[in-house]
Ligand binder design. Sequence first.
Ligand code: BT5
Length: 255
Amino acid sequence: MIGMFKEKRIKKSLSDTVFGRNIVYMHVCDSTNELAKREVEMPHGTVFIADAQTNGKGRLGRTWESQKKSGIYMSVLIKDDIPLRDIAQLTLVAGVAVCRALGYDTRIKWPNDVVIGTRKVCGILTERTGDAIICGIGINVNTKEFPPHLKDIATSLLIESGEKHDRDYICALVLNEFEILYEQFKNGGFAEIYGQYFDLCVTLGHDVVAYRDGEEICGFACGISPEGGLIIDTEEGEVTVSSGEVSVRGMYGYI
Ligand code: BT5
């Protein structure tokens, strides 16, 4: 059924997991990440989900287009002892989880864009508030059309497959995969996920430019560091950039 999110339907497809055991659903909210921040007293694993966002947020002050009932806008509240420096890695873990859940030959444009071909189908924004971490995931599911400024860079499962998808079911699949990978990450660190991330990352092997505090770092994306940073081979040697501080573009296109 395509319509509003149904908590029961999401729960039906969930494994016996913590992520999503408690679901806070709203028709509309400003941003599920902001909602999670306001409701930070909720238990670990609570998932905040909305049919539409009026102020969907991307990284570095950007916006996330959040059309009504066409996408998944959800945030997972994580209350564990994750060191501050590992938050960026959690975004990478979530990216791998989304790829595993969606299939469709999804790949990752470093650090956090899940793409099909050269277009973005999902974005992830991880934030910290006090001791809690909020991992926000936006997935374009049944979006028919994007506004002009996104036409060339965004896609949806509907556009790619010609079919509408059940958002509740996809939500549950993503949460199941995320929790499995999260447990591995928590116990063994990013090393547990590194291989999968590396294999999924389409940025590698491309000429890229990273923008860091007004500075441009141009070079060949040649590797992922053990911490999840992107290693760029520049004229001055190798530079590793971390996801919290840069945005990256392909020199000859989006990837
Ligand atoms: C992201 O930022 O990709 C993180 C997006 C996170 C969205 C989720 S939805 C649930 C939770 N609540 C929130 O408020 N946010 C999270 P970034 O890497 O900065 O990419 C943002 C850029 O992606 C924009 O500047 C646009 O170019 C593009 N964009 C915006 N909306 C898009 C969409 N629906 N599909 C594809 N691309 C989009």
